[in-house]
Structure formats: C-alpha cells, structure tokens
Design a protein around this ligand. Structure first.
Ligand code: ATP
Ligand code: MG
Ligand code: MG
Length: 372
C-alpha cells in the first residue's frame, strides 16, 4: 500500500523483502537498471545494501535490526525514519511502557516478570487475575500474548510464549478499543486522523469503524490528544499507529504504539483526503502533510484473515464484496494462505453508519466459518 502511494507520486522506490513476488514488489516496478533487493529485512548486510541505494530509508515493520539502522544514521548521508532510537524503544514492549509512563502518559499497570511459575504467581498477587502476559519482543497479532486466568496455567503460559523475556500487564476491562493514526512531518508538525473503534477477534484486528461513535464527543478528542502527545515523545518522521483502551470509568489508556502505517488506518485509503500511506511518504520526504480529515460520513474496514491454507475462502468474500456498494477490495498477493495470516481487507464507505453496517452484513456472512 505504501508502494502504491509512492508510484502515484512518481517516487523512486527500492524494496527489501524476500523473493521477487513479495507483495510490495508486485505493485512497484523500479526503473531499470535499478532493482529491488532480495533478502530479509532483518539481515544487516541487506539493510546496508538498501541504504547504499536510497536517500531516505523507512520501515513498515518495527522488528528490524535497529543497531544497523543506527550505524547508517551515524555514518551515511541518508535519513532514517522513524529513527533507530524510536524503533529500539518500541520493539521492546516493556521499554515502550516504561517510556510512556516516564512521559506521564496513561498506561495499564505492569510489571517485569521472570519466566517462572513463582514469578507469575507473585505478579498475579500484585496485578490481580486475569492478567495479560506479554512477550517483550517480536510481538504481533497477539502472537506474544497469553491471557492468564488462573495461576494453574502458569507452566502452559511460559511454554506457549516460548520462554521469551516477558512482562505482565493488568487486565484492561475496556468498553471499547480505539485507535488513532498520527503523522509527524520532518519539521515536527503533528496531525492526527479521526479516532476509530477497533474490534479484535483472537487478539487480531477484525473490524475498524470510522469515525468512533461515542455519546460523549470528548472521548474522541481526548483519544486524539493522548495519541498526539505520545507520538511527540518519539523521534523521527512518519506515521504512527496508537492503540488505546477506553475504560468503563471513561479513562483512556495507551495499549501500544506502532512506528509505521497501521492496520487500523487502512480505512484512510478510501475514507480520508490523504491516506496514511501518502502522508507517511510526505512526512519522511519533508513534503507538506495532507489533510487527515474524513471525506465520507462513515467507513468500515474488514480484515480478511486466513482460516486455513485455502485462499479460495478469502477470494469468496472478495467476490461477494464486488456486488456491495461502496466496497473496495484489497488482496495482498501473499503466496501462502495460512490460519491467522492477514491476506487482504475490504473497506466500505457510505453515507451513514447505518448504511455501512448494512452493507457489512453480507461480507460477514461470507466469511469462512460464518454461520448463515
Ligand atoms: P498488534 O498486531 O496490534 O501489534 P500485539 O501482538 O502487539 O498486536 P497487543 O496489541 O498487545 O498485541 O494485544 C492484542 C490485543 O489483546 C489487544 O488489541 C487487546 O484486544 C488485547 N489486550 C492486550 N493487552 C490487554 C490487556 N492488558 N487487557 C486486556 N486485553 C488486552
Ligand atoms: Mg503490537
Ligand atoms: Mg496491538
């Protein structure tokens, strides 16, 4: 999606990813003799090779080698956005929480824990049960989380999280999950997109409703303010995704921050004047930022998540969407469909929430495993 936005601006893009058919390479052809790079975004050699070919380097996943990026920042003529310092801080969810807390931003209580049943028992005394155990590193789509309801699950939790460094978070009995995309320009200017509601299923983002509907309009305004303040504490330009919990007493807590365009901002492609992808590019290239305002009254984003290795199940939903007014299909061109893998998404725009929700129904009914 970033490559798509870049091609419309005639930008010259070099992509580092594995294989010739990596999704971004399918949508962006470099002008010869330039070529994309075949390799892993965690391979320091390949990252250095990429740095040698570009003026500005950015990432769309935070699990990269921050040490190499720091070396590049220090030694070369090119800019890295966001900075290696930001990436390093966000990569470790415990360090991220410590940073947010030290910046007086609201987060749930948390504790660092050793991977032993005794340590988990002690954490549950302090934070209560259930509690959310989280891997400090390499977490995405909930694949580093374990909801601990009883201390009898301690061994199972440690095994499930693969003996990785952990921390424990107090359970957030949120009434809603909210997300706000924030873009920061190279000159430090900040703009936020409207607050949206996100709905997760099995720890994976399932639906996004834009804008957030709350009887108290202060909620959306507060969410945006907290998200902007949080992003201001990090260095580097670009788009950041801020995930928040709305608590029953009206407080808003930050769950986590992504230093890149984010799933909860996919809706901006069809629903906002300037998408999160275009604004990310404008930000890292020191161009004027575009408007983050909605240009439609209502939008919904449905993730297309693999249920099995059968891509036909996903294509079926996409086919149904072709007959739904206001629906835009995005299939990512990933070669293997797998359970839990994000294979694409559908965005619906409409003249009212009633309209988009009505049009969402046939898509939900077409999802694999849905009961008609
Ligand atoms: P992402 O794909 O967003 O990076 P992740 O693997 O980093 O996901 P989190 O965002 O930490 O995981 O958690 C995933 C989901 O689990 C949250 O969106 C929320 O629904 C739930 N969750 C996380 N932390 C808590 C908590 N402390 N209390 C209750 N539920 C939580
Ligand atoms: Mg995360
Ligand atoms: Mg998350």
């Amino acid at each position: 999606m970033l490559a798509n936005a870049a091609s419309l601006l005639n930008l010259d893009v070099t992509i580092l990813d594995v294989g010739d058919r990596a999704p971004a390479k399918q949508v962006y052809a470099p002008s010869p003799p330039k070529q994309h790079i075949d390799g892993s975004f965690t391979d320091p050699e390949k990252i250095l090779q990429l740095a040698a070919r570009v003026d500005v380097l950015t990432v769309e996943i935070e699990h990269v080698d921050a040490a190499v990026l720091e070396k590049i920042e220090k030694s070369s003529r090119i800019e890295v956005h966001p900075t290696s310092q930001t990436l390093r801080m966000i990569q470790d969810k415990f360090v991220q929480k410590e940073h947010l807390k030290a910046s007086s931003l609201p987060v749930a209580d948390y504790l660092q824990v050793e991977s032993t049943p005794e340590a988990l028992a002690a954490a549950s005394e302090t934070l209560g049960l259930p509690l959310m155990l989280k891997s400090r590193h390499l977490a995405y789509d909930g694949r580093g989380n374990f909801a601990l309801y009883s201390i009898s699950q301690a061994k199972e939790a440690i095994a499930a999280l693969g003996n990785r460094p952990l921390y424990a978070e107090k359970w957030a009995s949120f009434t809603k999950e909210i997300a706000v995309m924030v873009v920061r320009g190279a000159n430090g200017a900040i703009k936020s997109y409207p607050a949206v509601e996100t709905v997760h299923k099995d720890n994976i983002c399932h639906l996004v409703f834009a804008p957030l509907r709350e009887s108290n309009p202060e909620v959306a305004a507060t969410a945006r303010r907290i998200a902007e303040e949080a992003v201001m504490t990090f260095t580097g330009a670009g788009v950041f995704g801020v995930e928040l919990f709305l608590m029953p007493d009206g407080r808003i807590l930050i769950n986590e921050i992504a230093p890149r365009p984010h799933n909860s901002g996919h809706y901006t492609i069809e629903a906002c004047y300037t998408s999160q992808y275009e604004n990310h590019l404008r930000a890292i290239l020191s161009l004027p930022l575009g408007s983050t305002a909605l240009k439609v009254p209502s939008a919904v984003m449905l993730n297309l998540i693999g249920v099995s290795n059968n891509i036909e199940e996903i294509k079926h939903v996409a086919r149904v969407a072709l007959s739904v007014p206001g629906a835009s299909v995005h299939l990512y061109g990933k070669t293997d469909c797998r359970k839990g893998r994000k294979m694409g998404h559908i965005t619906l725009v409409g003249s009212s929430d009633a309209d988009t929700r009505e049009n969402l129904r046939p898509l939900l009914e077409a999802l694999p495993g849905a009961t008609p």
